[in-house]
Design a protein. Sequence first.
Length: 261
Amino acid sequence: MPKLKRSETDERATDFVESLDRGLRLLQCFGATAGPMTLSDLARAADLPRATARRMLFTLQRGGFVSGDGKLFSLTPHVLTLAASYLRSSQLVAVLQPVLDRIATAAQEISSLAVLDGDDVVFIARGGPARVFTGGLEIGYRLPAFCTSVGRAMLGQLDDVELRARLKAMRREALTPRTVTDPKSLLESIIADRAQGYSLVDREAEPHFRSISVPVRRYDDTIVAAINMGAHVDRVPTAEMIDRFLPLLREGAGSVCSQLL
């Protein structure tokens, strides 16, 4: 990335709206616990003075994003308009949704589209037979990138030096007894996945679930997302994932390259 000139840096600093940043930070603190949250809890979670958090909450309440009685506050369904705006404006979702539907119908399994968000993956679209989705797999679901097949497929876009540094820096907590957390082992796995063009992760992100993913590339060959299929370990063996799911995923990802800018 080119180094910014002082004038450009100063301009960006003056364009920064601190109050908006604080309000968005406060919104993200909801959901840390189930149910309504107190003003004190929200202020502490957002690292804001209590008086500042109070003004932000009442502003968000006036906009319809938060409801509360002055003591307890909750998000309203109106916040979903933010997510809906993203999904409606996302070229990835528009282009990949028909692909997900097609390959899910062919495989009779759920297919998913995910993107990287920091050190996490976020699922932004899904396709399934008769549009039936299972719990825990909703749009917006987040998982650590290092232990998921979609995450490893996307991390493969980094060169070895960048990948090694990225893995060492990210938080790597085991989600299951099979989760690989050693950065050297992860580096070797992702390099191998990059070479073979797909990633298969077996019970590392969820105890009884395995999935297979391929990267999605745009017109210039840059990886911008990943698509996957997964299933319960008692129902679909790894060999079937490679033999039956992988060709569908590869065909789906390859069919959209020229459409993604």
